[in-house]
Design a protein around this ligand. Structure first.
Ligand SMILES: [Zn+2]
Length: 503
């Protein structure tokens, strides 16, 4: 133990911090827990009725080139009944056939249906023809069958009406992943709450993955959002944090436009206090609970500085706002334009920057670049965003607290003596700690090695090129290495002790 160097307080802080986060360091789960298989609906061309296929927790992984951008727009009218914890939604989903082939089955991701009675569909129709659509709902997927296949580049508009019954967010537990979606006494979170279209690949079809026990598994194509949100039946006036700033707002109605975005998250609380700053025309906000005024300023300040640093190092962020939201659950999680920070970090804050409140704030801010603008398949290539965001913490300390870089490497990475290859799908790690150690911690070590091998100039040029070339896309490891313009031999040399297979 290194008590002499870091002190007992640090050790206690470390002890309590382990197992508090998910995007950045999720809750510890027993390593022998494996996700239960999920049933998903698939159709074959010759069949008119659905057949069930078992998704195994370890899906076959095949390489594919960068996925094309598909045109996609959501218009969402939602009324949240704060008393009943219900959301009534009318949603229009407009897109053109994302395949080069005729398409008769459309997949829509329906995460609220993972909760008992969480999703009740009242109406589903083709708005262009006015015809009711056939559908089949299995766990988190709604499969829509079209009577007439959609031809190449043909547009469609699907109108859906449904009611979400929000689940309570359970208290922290050692055996289950922290839940973000739902409500606590003082916060309601709507994340992945509407129907959304997954990306489509001509060779492999819809890109949907079974839920994972730890780590993320969703993959988002870019979409334009128009959201009208109303809160009724609330005994107190609420504050609403969202993926972007409202274009219109009256007492209990908010209207948003968020173009070329991955998703649209909302967090509601009557207790939120707000700290805000304008930086280069971007509004950066921190929503936090009373009694955390000191942390309120600290989180805002780090988000602002991280935003400025990453804009310089990676490239311009095409967003008008970023919102950091104190989570009333023990987890941190990124969404486009908005991220949650575990309340646990606020409680552990000791007035210095040697702790998780600072680390995770700048980690989550980095996800706006690596996840938001440059997305990746989070189930198949979780290292692509998580290693970069963990390394972004190191870059932040390097710039603003150079005297703490050694501390960062010890506290964040080397203390755990991380093992494991970094390039596996999220399902293949067999436990949260093995996943975190490999993907986040050895992921950061790998990027440090890459930087040493290339030299600073080529390394930072490569990061900028990776960002520029893959903005708006779903990048693959091949895209990552292409940006560094390395030879096969160079890639092999730098990846051999970190990767299971040559990318
Ligand atoms: Zn993360």
């Amino acid at each position: 133990m290194r008590l002499d160097k870091f002190g007992v307080g640090w050790l206690l802080a470390l002890f309590f911090a382990v197992g508090l986060v998910s995007c950045a360091s999720p809750t510890v789960l027993p390593s022998d827990v494996t996700p239960a298989p999920l049933i998903a609906v698939t159709h074959t061309a010759a069949e008119s009725t659905p057949t069930l296929t078992l998704f195994t927790p370890t899906p076959e992984v095949t390489e594919s080139p960068s996925l094309p951008i598909q045109l996609l727009a959501y218009t969402i009218d939602a009324v949240y009944d704060a008393g009943q914890k219900k959301v009534e939604v009318t949603q229009l989903i407009q897109f053109t056939n994302p395949s080069t082939q005729p398409l008769s089955e459309i997949m829509l991701v329906t995460e609220p249906n993972r909760f008992a009675n969480g999703f009740n569909l009242n109406r589903l129709e083709n708005q262009i023809t006015g015809e009711a659509l056939d559908w089949e709902l299995q766990r988190n997927l709604l499969q829509v069958t079209l009577k007439e296949p959609l031809s190449f580049q043909e547009p469609i508009a699907i109108l859906a009406e449904y009611v979400l019954q929000l689940p309570p967010i359970p208290p922290p537990s050692d055996t289950s992943k922290p839940q973000i979606y739902g409500y606590t006494q003082r916060q309601t979170n709507l994340v992945d709450w509407y129907l959304w279209l997954p990306p489509y690949d001509d060779e492999t079809g819809w890109i949907v993955h079974p839920p994972s026990f730890f780590g993320e598994y969703t993959v988002y194509p870019l979409a334009d959002f128009e959201v009208r949100f109303e809160v009724i039946n609330s005994p107190r006036e609420v504050v609403v944090a969202a993926s972007t700033s409202p274009v219109q707002q009256s007492q209990n109605r908010w209207e948003y436009r968020f173009d070329s975005a991955r998703n649209f998250a909302i967090s509601i609380s009557p207790d939120f206090l707000i700290e805000e700053a304008q930086v280069d025309g971007v509004k950066i906000s921190h929503y936090y609970f009373p009694l955390y005024r000191r942390q309120g300023e600290v989180v805002l300040q780090h988000t602002v500085r991280a935003y400025q640093l990453y804009s310089q190092l990676f490239g311009e962020l095409p967003r008008q706002s970023i919102s950091a939201v104190q989570a009333d659950f023990l987890d941190g999680m990124e969404f486009d334009g908005l991220f949650f920070l575990s309340k646990g970090f606020y409680d552990l804050y000791d007035g210095t920057d040697k702790g998780y409140l600072t680390l995770i704030t700048v980690h989550e801010t980095a996800h706006q670049w690596w996840y938001g603008v440059v997305a990746n398949d989070q189930a198949r290539h979780p290292w692509l965003d998580e290693a970069l965001c963990t390394y972004a913490e190191r870059l932040y300390y390097e710039r603003f607290f150079p005297e703490l870089v050694d501390w960062w490497w010890f506290y964040r990475v080397n203390f755990y003596q991380p093992q494991g290859v970094i390039d596996l799908p999220v399902y293949d790690y067999g436990g949260y700690l093995a996943y975190r150690d490999a993907v986040y911690l050895r992921g950061a070590l790998f990027l440090e090695e890459l930087r040493k091998a290339l030299g600073d100039e080529q390394f930072f040029d490569g990061l900028k090129r990776y960002y520029g070339e893959n903005s708006g896309k779903i990048a693959t490891p091949i895209d990552f290495f292409n940006a560094f313009e390395m030879s096969k031999a160079e890639i092999e040399k730098v990846t051999q002790s970190f990767f299971a297979a040559m990318p």
